[in-house]
Design a protein. Sequence first.
Length: 254
Amino acid sequence: MHYVLTRVLAVFMAATPVLLLAQQQVAAARQPVATDVAASQALRTDAAAQLLPGQAQPLNSLAGLGADYRVGPNDLIDVEVYGVPDLKRTVRVNSSGMVSLALVGNMALAGLTAQQAEAAIAAKYAEKYLQDPQVSVFIKEFTTQRITIEGAVARPGIYPVTGQLTLLRALALAGGGGSYADLSEINLFRSVNQMPQQRLTFDLDKIRQGEEADPAIMADDVIVVKRSPARAALRDSLFSDVVNTLNPFSIFKN
């Protein structure tokens, strides 16, 4: 009997450290994960913000998003629920400001900040499906930024833009240069950090030939393609010659 009790006591003492370790792991797993979600969000934002000091934010740059940025139509967002990978979605906000999420269906997110969207989605999941869900909303793309392209282009106007944009791509949006465009002198007007407006000049032919870099276009840039005086004068001269040739009364002038 004494031998049996001794063996049971030895087994219990050997198992105690294992039981304590398991309890610690369970307790750690039950800790709130809001800080983990916030840290993940911050890491992704920091990685997207790797720009040179003083450099303006490119269109769709996450570094240009402040905490007060509000979700708008056509924004592309990541939605994650910690510990439930099946609920992860990458969704685009439709023109009505709605997104479609797993289980809860359509939700209105337009006009909310990322933090408000997280709270709204968490509340929706908590109604029927999850207990104290930890939700992360990360804005991958936003289209509330616009640029202006005017002058000698096929389709001048104001363009909403998704994704990174360069001067060549911007002009392609406007249908390229017009018949009398001077592509050797394209003016780009830019305001950075409320400083006086800057004017930058680019030669599109040199960019196409690889002699100059294709510059990044920033939010609220204004691109002006000049009209070539020489080409316009040639056009006017040729038109005048044709009219005079076809006009039977032109021989009586002077």
